[in-house]
Design a protein around this ligand. Sequence first.
Ligand code: ADP
Ligand code: MG
Length: 250
Amino acid sequence: MFLVTQQLTKKFGGLVAVNEVDFSIEKGKINAIIGPNGAGKSTFFNLISGFHPPSAGKVIFKGIDITNMPSNKIAELGIARTFQTTNLFEQATVLDNVIVGHRLRTKSNLLDAIFRTKRLKLEEEQCREKAMEVIEFTGLKKVTGKLVGSLTQEEKKRTAFALALATDPEILFLDEPAAGVNPDETEGLAELMKKMVQKGITVCLIEHKMQMIMKLADKIMVLNYGEKIAEGTPEEIRNNPTVIKAYLGG
Ligand code: ADP
Ligand code: MG
């Protein structure tokens, strides 16, 4: 098993945001999580990536129990994520945003900074090289030196992808990566996700755009009021009576 959650639960006071969810993410595939607003999708990501401690349950990555590990340790193990609202520095260039993303993974310690400036220089160069590589991969080469604040919505989304990719993740969690972009741009982002998978990265995304998900995902989990109500291929999900009921509110 690549990454699994076991009975994963999060309570906020009296509200059960994620309720005993068993989920298994398939390696090398596009895994999707769908569900109405407030279903617990983002919270589920927060639990896996260590941004919130779970109330109960476990997260196991490649046989290692990562429940309650700090988020930076989890990132070091190869789990990266983007946020529903992009957390980019609007006043910095695309390149600088991505370099910061890379540093988070390859931070040198203070002694290095003081005594080993040569090695640090080398690291700086490696950072820059890695940043340029992911900028090219995400199709952002022509806006490398532009301020993120001046980019289109789609370019901002791609920058958020680039930032996450700079840490060389094995799994990338994307929270509503296509929110607020037009259909053509959505298509472009879907292509980019396929390219990531071809490169060997496992993708897990939350998305509201049903057409996109049904075409793109290999496997879908449906959350409703914190509970997993269905799991399966797009075809299975499309025809699942419980899912249809949850979405139509009937
Ligand atoms: P989704 O991403 O599926 O729209 P969320 O995971 O953001 O849903 O939220 C699930 C539920 O948990 C919602 O009712 C939301 O209000 C609540 N919630 C999320 N984060 C917090 C928090 N930090 N404190 C209290 N309640 C929260
Ligand atoms: Mg959300």
